[in-house]
Unconditional design. Sequence first.
Length: 228
Amino acid sequence: MFERSSKTAVAPADHDPIRERVRFAALWERRLSGGRALAETMHARLIELYGEPHRRYHTLDHVRHCLEEFDRAAALMDDPDAVEMALWFHDAIYRSGAMDNERRSADLFRQWSEGHADAAFLQRVDDLIMVTTHRDPPTQRDERFIVDIDLSSFGLPWEAFERDGRRIRAECADIVDEIYCPGQLRFLLSLQNRPTFFLTEFFQQRYERIAHDNIRRVIENLHARGYG
């Protein structure tokens, strides 16, 4: 059993871009061929994608937050390199309202990795990216971990969690409340109604109570506004 923690997730601190580039390059070189120059080129292209002007939440800061949570739990994973690579790529393609962002992100990883990785690793990363759609229950240990990591911001203190909600809403500014809010409510209720919010014991013990409190407050607010 893990020791129970009362800690909440923390927002990403300032990061050293050189250290991030070195980290990504080291990951790439461990599992893919092509050398440091190719790895750094791939990293630079990812940074460009996560810096697209229409993004407010699905930015490099979200990836940084995910990597911080990954570092806490990596020792418990079966293939941490595959999980980390999937985290770098899982929102590489993002368009508000699109239903194929994850599929296109996984395809991008395959395109960039073609000829540089073995088929088993490519498939693992592809599967891990796709499970972040949160549409189907994950069946593998690492899939459960990446789902929990992707949703770990639900364990942020209320002010930071609410800030992230505003950023997600800003990415959907072209969608009116009458469409956006019912969809948001359905998603939150689907999370609230799961046997546990988080799927791994590690994240349950760290963030389960905070996540439920945050969801409850948003749902109550939506109900008060007449949605539901």
